[in-house]
Design a protein around this ligand. Structure first.
Ligand code: DX5
Ligand code: ZN
Length: 218
């Protein structure tokens, strides 16, 4: 089954509880939480306190995307706060295998994220140990950026690679997913779709998610 993961980066933070309830009712499969530290990426967002608050109002799995330096230092706090899935960037992990083990040892799912210029080959010796690969289709740091087209080839390469090796990690795409791009992204072999501005910027979240599903399944 394909997964739609709205990113709360584009939600209205003056009413986060209501936004989470609305997005759950609209049919979100995961809720994507973008954590930025002002070091790995230019902007600063939120930490475990928001994950803990979200956990109190929704039962949808919380998918935490760590765009931070030294993620090992913060992973236990995000796990305690209620994260159900955590992804870390290959570019920020010196001992990636150890970081993945740290996440998996707590019983939750682990993902590895790749920046647009990072090759799929960097996953060669970690792919069999992870639950999902997060392919960034914009440079991480901000919502509302334009989808980078060569990402489609990257998804196809990764999909082929995994089929050859009989591996089953999900492929998640993040950045510039919208009504115009989602069909091609799905056709390339994507399993999980993160979308911030295209969902939270729309008038009717349910209608937008349903329209995405039609395009994904077409
Ligand atoms: C970007 C974040 C994304 C962001 C996507 O650094 O990782 O999750 O929210 O935003 P849109 O869907 O607006 O491109
Ligand atoms: Zn993200």
């Amino acid at each position: 089954m394909k997964i739609i993961a709205p990113s709360i980066l584009s939600a209205d933070f003056t009413k986060l509880g209501d936004e989470l309830t609305s997005i759950e009712e609209a049919g979100a499969d995961w809720i994507h939480i973008d954590v930025m530290d002002g070091q790995f990426v230019p902007d600063i967002t939120y930490g475990p306190i928001i994950v803990k608050a979200a956990k109190r109002v929704t039962s949808v799995p919380l998918d935490v995307h760590l765009m931070i330096q030294n993620p090992d230092q913060m992973i236990p706090a995000f796990i305690n706060a209620g994260a159900d899935l955590i992804s870390v960037h290959v570019e920020s992990c010196i001992h990636l295998n150890r970081t993945i083990q740290l996440i998996k040892d707590s019983g939750i799912q682990a993902g590895v994220a790749l920046n647009p210029a990072t090759p799929v080959s960097s996953l060669e010796w970690i792919l069999d140990a992870i639950d999902y690969v997060l392919i960034m289709s914009v440079n991480p740091g901000y919502a509302g950026q334009k989808f980078i087209p060569n990402t489609l080839n990257k998804i196809r390469d990764l999909k082929n690679d995994m089929e050859k090796k009989k591996l089953s990690a999900l492929i998640q795409i993040d950045g510039g997913v919208n009504e115009d791009t989602i069909a091609d992204i799905a056709a390339a072999g994507t399993d999980a779709f993160v979308a911030g501005s295209a969902i939270f910027g729309s008038k009717d979240y349910k209608q937008t998610i349903e329209s995405f599903r039609k395009k994904i399944d077409a």
